[in-house]
Design a protein around this ligand. Structure first.
Ligand SMILES: *Cc1c(COP(=O)(O)O)cnc(C)c1O
Length: 344
């Protein structure tokens, strides 16, 4: 088999949810947008539902179908982008709960589905989604009378605990919502780690569930093994790959591996990335191509059948750092071409 192989540890996922849940005394939902950060919303949602998760967040209404099929009728599935034009049937049929972000969305929702559940998002300074002060002041009373399931906002800098934006947004959120009886939610993974002031009635972690920073105590959830297609010996001075970007300085045993930028292995990994054979690092050499990479395995005692790119020796955030990005992007870029095995 020439596809890379992803191993997704559902026991570690469940343990991460329990650890985050244990840090708060509020409800802990789960964010499973973008196919659960690339790991498979269906399996992830099922595993988390078994832990007692009752509230799931997706980004778009379309993502709700797989989740609804996985978790049954009782769980609440909330849509972060809200109620978009054309979504009404899907929202009704799948019983999704849109998080309304604008006056337009509020009007659309109340007209199309007056008795249907909804939540509200407020902007506290990130300037991405949610109602601003003036709009909120104009609609708060009428909207709250219809009993939203949550009033939420989102932190822009929660992965930096000392950032002044955190207490600033917290203060704005208080000013916008103190005194209401609707459940409130502000914290994603980073916000949970900022402490109880940020927890309110519900936290909504994503990345921490999947083993990513800023949740440093997370158990790794993903392992990626890539098969070796061909091995060859180079003499010193031979060159490798597109653009001849790497030249052997010594006699080199070179492995060609079946995965490339079409599989989420960003081309920016061409500089300095490592693959692992057990604990032994093997440098990626030459450019990442679409479906292939080349690796210097000279220092191994045996010819490898496969090398790991995400493993205990190189968690997803370390790989992301080599690529100049973050764990979120690495995970959501994981290829649909990889075969997947769920353990735990
Ligand atoms: C993605 C997202 C989350 C989850 O964030 P993590 O950093 O992955 O924990 C929570 N809330 C909103 C609004 C989001 O967009």
């Amino acid at each position: 088999m020439s596809t890379g192989h992803l191993t997704i540890d559902l026991a570690a996922l469940a343990a991460n949810w329990r650890s985050l849940n244990a840090l708060t005394s509020c409800e802990t939902a789960a964010v499973i947008k973008a196919d659960a950060y690339g790991l498979g919303a269906d399996r992830v949602a099922k595993a988390l539902a078994k832990q007692g998760v009752r509230t799931f967040y997706v980004a778009m209404a379309e993502e709700g179908a797989a989740v609804r099929a996985a978790v049954g009728d009782k769980a609440q599935i909330r849509v972060l982008t809200g109620h978009m034009r054309g979504d009404t049937d899907m929202i009704a049929d799948l019983n999704l709960t849109p998080i309304l972000n604008t006056i337009d969305q509020i009007n659309r929702h109340f007209e199309a589905l007056p008795d249907h559940s909804f939540g509200l998002q407020l902007d506290t300074g990130m300037n991405r989604l949610g109602l601003e002060w003036d709009d909120w002041a104009a609609v708060a009373e009428a909207a709250l009378r219809r009993k939203p399931v949550v009033v939420m906002s989102h932190l822009a800098c929660a992965d930096e605990p000392d950032h002044p934006m955190n207490p600033y947004q917290l203060d704005i959120f208080h000013q916008m919502t103190d005194g209401i009886t609707t459940p409130r939610s502000l914290a994603a993974t980073g916000g949970i780690l900022l402490g109880p002031d940020y927890h309110f009635d519900e936290c909504r972690p994503g990345i921490g569930l999947y083993g990513g920073l800023p949740f440093e105590d997370a158990r790794p959830v993903v392992r990626l093994d890539l098969p070796v297609i061909q091995l060859r010996d180079l003499t010193a001075g031979e060159v490798v790959g597109y653009g001849n970007s790497w030249q052997a300085e010594r006699p080199t045993r070179l492995a060609t591996i079946a995965a490339g930028y079409a599989d989420g292995l960003l081309r920016s990994l061409s500089r300095g990335a490592m693959l692992y054979h057990g604990d032994t690092p093997c440098p990626l050499v030459g450019r990442v191509s679409m479906d292939l990479i080349t690796v210097d395995v000279t220092d191994l005692n045996e010819d490898p059948a496969a090398l790991a790119f995400i493993c205990d020796a190189q968690p997803v955030d370390s790989l992301a750092q080599s690529a100049g990005t973050i764990g979120y992007e690495m995970l959501t870029g994981l290829s649909p071409r990889y075969s997947r095995r769920y353990v735990g």
